[in-house]
Design a protein around this ligand. Structure first.
Ligand SMILES: NC(=O)c1ccc[n+]([C@@H]2O[C@H](COP(=O)([O-])OP(=O)(O)OC[C@H]3O[C@@H](n4cnc5c(N)ncnc54)[C@H](O)[C@@H]3O)[C@@H](O)[C@H]2O)c1
Length: 251
């Protein structure tokens, strides 16, 4: 990838693993100073070391469902790394239950991370750095399951559908401040979130048979698209939901 982020500061939530870590690595390798945000105190230091091998990175432990702690964490990152140019909202979870078995606890847990926590991270970065400076790019990690339905995933689908819509609504509200907000909607990627599921041959068959390209997406597929949307190369693109799905949602 030829895109450079020299002198830019990027926050990545959910950066200790999977897609968030992949994005943090590519951003750092492309010159950004990267703040890795995650609530997992065991995996976060190791992930940060990995990113530091590629460039400049620092870790910040935060549970994004702890809304009052988001603003102070963003303000610490600004003091230590500088004003924030880029936010990638990748922290996310899933609990698989068919619609008729969904519990209130599962609903609240998924929504609090995937939708509420993601939104208040967007808001904190926008209000502290991007609105005052009249610049910035946010890329939210949605999912194809924010566009189409999937089995035993009603709450996840609802939470990602909300990410799709809050991305569009933020793009409208924050356009006057020259902030771009986009989302990517990946198909299945092999990460800690999907590893167990994809061991099941039936699940793998379900994914591959729904994907015209007949393969999973890779971390690189997602990180490259995220970096493009975060870059000045995408300066006229806002409010877009970019599927990275080998054609799943084109059918
Ligand atoms: N893997 C896939 O197939 C896939 C497909 C489409 C979208 N996504 C989305 O991509 C994002 C990343 O998922 P992944 O596959 O990399 O999973 P992952 O489990 O590998 O990584 C998620 C990271 O988020 C962190 N996290 C979870 N809850 C948090 C919280 N409350 N506060 C802070 N950090 C928290 C975890 O500690 C973990 O490091 C998620 O939003 C997921 O919904 C994943």
């Amino acid at each position: 990838m030829n895109i450079r982020f020299d002198n830019k500061v990027a926050i990545v939530t959910g950066a200790a693993s999977g897609i968030g870590l992949g994005c943090a690595e590519l951003l750092a390798a492309s010159g950004a100073k990267v703040a890795l945000v995650d609530f997992n105190s065991e995996t976060l230091p190791k992930a940060t070391k990995k990113v530091q091998e590629k460039g400049t990175a620092k870790c910040y432990q935060l549970d994004i469902t702890d809304i009052p702690q988001i603003a102070p964490t963003v303000s610490r990152i600004r003091q230590e790394l500088g004003e924030i140019d880029i936010l990638v909202g990748s922290a996310g979870i899933n609990i698989r239950q068919p619609a008729h078995e969904v519990t209130e606890a599962a609903w609240d847990t998924i929504m609090s991370v995937n939708t509420k926590g993601l939104f208040f991270c967007n808001q904190a970065v926008a209000t502290q750095s991007m609105i005052p400076l009249r610049r910035g790019a946010i890329v939210n990690i949605a999912s194809i399951l924010g566009i189409v339905g999937g089995p035993s995933r009603i709450v996840y689908c609802a939470s990602k559908g909300a990410v799709v819509q809050l991305t569009r609504a933020e793009a409208v509200d924050w356009a006057p401040y020259n902030i771009r907000i986009n989302a990517v909607a990946p198909t299945f990627v092999l990460t800690n979130l999907t590893r167990e599921l994809l061991k099941d041959p039936e699940a793998e068959k379900y994914v591959l048979s729904n994907t015209p390209f007949r393969r999973l997406a890779t971390l690189d597929d997602v990180a490259t698209a995220v970096c493009f949307l975060a870059s000045d190369e995408a300066s006229m693109i806002t409010g877009t939901i970019l599927p990275i799905d080998g054609g799943w949602t084109a059918k």
